[in-house]
Unconditional design. Structure first.
Length: 81
């Protein structure tokens, strides 16, 4: 679905209320903008986290030693803590 969003003279844009409601965006909330070859993509924080997790899984697979907790545990062992 495509929406036209106008940009004000000071550079502000407003997302339509029905989109904000559907995505759970509230006043003061954040969206993340990705510039791609095809244009721009706006994502909610939850969508950005899910995308980052999917990208990380591509590189780590289901390897339990690739988690942050496992990394920190190895570092503690190595440092003698």
């Amino acid at each position: 679905m495509t929406f036209q969003i106008n940009i004000t003279s000071n550079g502000r844009m407003s997302l339509p209320a029905d989109i904000r409601k559907r995505l759970g965006l509230t006043s003061g909330g954040a969206v993340y903008l990705d510039e791609t070859e095809d244009g721009i993509v706006l994502r909610t924080a939850a969508q950005s986290v899910a995308r980052a997790q999917a990208l990380a899984k591509q590189y780590t697979g289901d390897n339990p030693d690739a988690s942050v907790d496992a990394f920190l545990a190895r570092r503690r062992e190595e440092s003698g803590e």
